[in-house]
Design a protein around this ligand. Structure first.
Ligand code: ZN
Length: 414
């Protein structure tokens, strides 16, 4: 099968992936030498694609391809180019590199559109270094929280100092912010990072919403005791109670018609000895759903269930919300245009939510958002085995290019 832009995209994905802290596995962290080298490479590709480029105050790479006349509002395309540790090479760069290739194709054909196109590579989405995510897109959306400048990395370097050392001035971050009137929409292509499109045998899908998430910290307190002397009926085993809670959470989400997903990803039992009944256990709950209303109901139901378990087992329960992200719905008018582009390329339209977070969560503050997902192998992501077939990268590029060329601004916003 002939590949239109797929080969170029896959080649560039590999070249960018070579810029890594370690040679065997991809690790590219905010405000490092690798960040700089990756930015230089991306900016050179943007220039080759006929864009005016700029490196902004938070370290985002920005390219602008003018429309039929200068200073028109833009359709913004983007994704991130930082990575987690021991990452795959597609998460982030696929969307960014595909967007650059699409603009390069327009440039080659000398095609100008009635709007400008901007491609943006966000410097930090994953939040590995300073434990604060969406730094690049929050700066662009004008919602960057200056307090995170005091956050320190593992080496004790503050973000403020790291920016200075990198040659950026934290006082200028405000200048990276864009206004709603400059943007017609924000569209991001991204690998799915899950197994759904593969199961549907489809190369691309339309994202309905970026699921909101609630994270809870729970602790159960019972009574520690001797594993040999305390009869079973007199025990208050906090770990057995936690186990029952975990299974109840799984069961709730499995049978939840609203399609919530729940995960207990961390558990710690104390005192943690083979011959001691666990007296105290702490664990986390990560709960996501496509609508905020549904997620809030699910959180309330789950808390009620684990309260019942704790009461029955005479355990003391403490539950706290540690993190909450609202759901970001993709704009219906944009989803319709994504669907049209998918149909136009001969694929069946399939809608799915994004369980993972993305830069659109920040961009929604200044623009309507849409996302196109591209199938990945085995649903594997945040792992070196992350893989996208060249034919699927190509399909993604065709859809995105068709979407751009047929893009119709919404006009006046309500
Ligand atoms: Zn990503």
């Amino acid at each position: 099968m002939s590949s239109f832009l797929g080969d170029e995209i896959v080649g560039r994905i590999s070249r960018l992936a070579a810029i890594s802290e370690t040679s065997e596995q991809l690790t590219r962290i905010f405000l490092t030498e690798e960040h700089r080298a990756a930015a230089d490479l991306l900016l050179s590709w943007m220039r080759d694609a006929g864009m005016h480029v700029q490196f902004d105050a938070i370290g985002n790479v920005c390219g602008r391809y003018e429309g039929e006349r200068p200073a028109l509002p833009c359709l913004m395309l983007g994704s991130h180019y930082d990575s987690v540790r021991e990452a795959g090479k597609w998460d982030g760069p696929l969307g960014l590199i595909t967007a650059i290739s699409c603009v390069a194709d327009l440039h080659k054909r000398e095609r100008r559109l009635p709007f400008a196109i901007e491609v943006i590579g966000f410097a930090d989405e994953e939040g590995v270094r300073f434990a604060s995510t969406l730094l690049g897109s929050r700066a662009v959306a004008g919602t960057f929280d200056e307090r995170v400048l005091d956050a320190k990395d593992n080496a004790g370097i503050s973000m403020r100092d790291a920016l200075f050392q990198f040659g950026l001035d934290p006082a200028h971050i405000g200048a990276a912010a864009r206004s709603r009137s400059e943007l017609l929409a924000y569209i991001e292509l991204h690998i799915e990072q899950g197994p759904v499109l593969e199961a549907q045998n489809l190369p691309v899908g339309v994202v309905t919403a970026i699921s909101g998430a609630t994270r809870l910290a729970a602790s159960l307190t019972g009574m520690a005791g001797h594993a040999g002397t305390v009869p079973m009926l007199l025990r208050r085993d906090a770990l057995a109670g936690a186990a029952e809670c975990i299974v109840a959470i799984e069961e709730f989400c499995r049978t939840d018609r609203g399609g919530s997903v729940g995960t207990v990803g961390y558990i710690h039992a104390m005192p943690g000895a083979t011959n001691v009944i666990p007296g105290q256990v702490s664990f986390t709950i990560d709960l996501r759903a496509v609508s905020d209303a549904h997620r809030n109901l699910a959180v309330a139901d789950i808390v009620r269930k684990i309260e019942d378990i704790a009461r029955r087992r005479k355990l003391l329960l403490q539950v706290d919300v540690t993190h909450e992200n609202r759901t970001v719905p993709c704009a219906p008018w944009l989803k319709a245009q994504v669907s049209e582009a998918i149909t136009g390329e001969g694929y069946r339209v399939f809608e799915l939510p994004s369980g993972a977070g993305h830069d659109g969560m920040a961009m929604i503050d200044i623009a309507d958002v849409a996302m196109v997902f591209v199938r990945c192998r085995g649903g594997i992501s945040h792992h070196p085995d992350e893989h996208v077939d060249v034919a699927d990268a190509d399909a993604g590029a065709r859809v995105l290019l068709r979407l751009i060329e047929n893009f119709r601004p919404r006009g006046t916003r309500e």
